[in-house]
Design a protein around this ligand. Structure first.
Ligand code: SF4
Ligand code: SF4
Ligand code: SF4
Length: 176
């Protein structure tokens, strides 16, 4: 049986891994640059993913697509890789992604919908009546573990997880 790992992002702001391409890479990756420098594009992680959310992206490098499903943090992709590309599986968060709800959300447009809340196991999505008679979704960045489960269930494709971007001209921070 696959064990779920608690990925609550207690250290959300510590040592964030940045991207230059915007692609969401494999969980627990040391840095995107490690992948681009070393990955031999064998496709083993793609085959190993139990949820089929890893695809061949630009240049043949693996990317995660949350519109295909959620990450269960099963670590099968990491275990299948023969290269030392990953951080500490036990202590580091899988990703440190930003999450936002776009304006096309039904609730933002006065149509009742709470589909995303039901899919969120860490209960990072709440609904508030404070600013509208239709409850409005709010996502706690601190509680979100970036599993992506809310993305494919949203009828408007209104939820977006993104890699924090490296500033142009600045070198990306590398994890040790
Ligand atoms: S941790 Fe599991 S579900 Fe998540 S990307 Fe890797 S293989 Fe797929
Ligand atoms: S499921 Fe999508 S449309 Fe519905 S409330 Fe959540 S973000 Fe808005
Ligand atoms: S990605 Fe969505 S479902 Fe997963 S923890 Fe974050 S808000 Fe909840």
């Amino acid at each position: 049986m696959v064990e779920r790992v608690d990925q609550t992002r207690r250290n959300f702001l510590r040592g964030r891994r940045l991207s230059t391409t915007g692609a969401i890479r494999l969980p627990w990756l040391k840095s995107e640059q490690h992948l681009l420098d070393s990955c031999n594009r064998c496709g083993d992680c793609i085959t190993a993913c139990t949820e089929n959310i890893i695809v061949i992206g630009a240049g043949g490098f693996p990317e995660v697509k949350f519109d295909r499903g959620e990450c269960t943090f099963c670590q099968q992709c990491v275990q299948s890789c023969r290269l030392p590309l990953f951080t500490d599986l036990e202590h580091d968060p899988a990703w440190q992604l930003d999450i936002k709800i776009k304006e096309k959300c039904l609730a933002f447009n006065r149509v009742y919908c709470q589909s995303c809340q039901d899919s969120c196991e860490p209960q990072a999505i709440s609904f508030s009546y404070l600013s509208s008679s239709i409850p409005q979704p709010v996502i706690s960045q601190e509680d979100c573990n970036a599993c992506g489960a809310c993305i494919s269930v949203c009828p408007q494709a209104a939820i977006e997880l993104t890699m924090p971007q490296a500033e142009p001209g600045k070198a990306m921070a590398r994890c040790k």
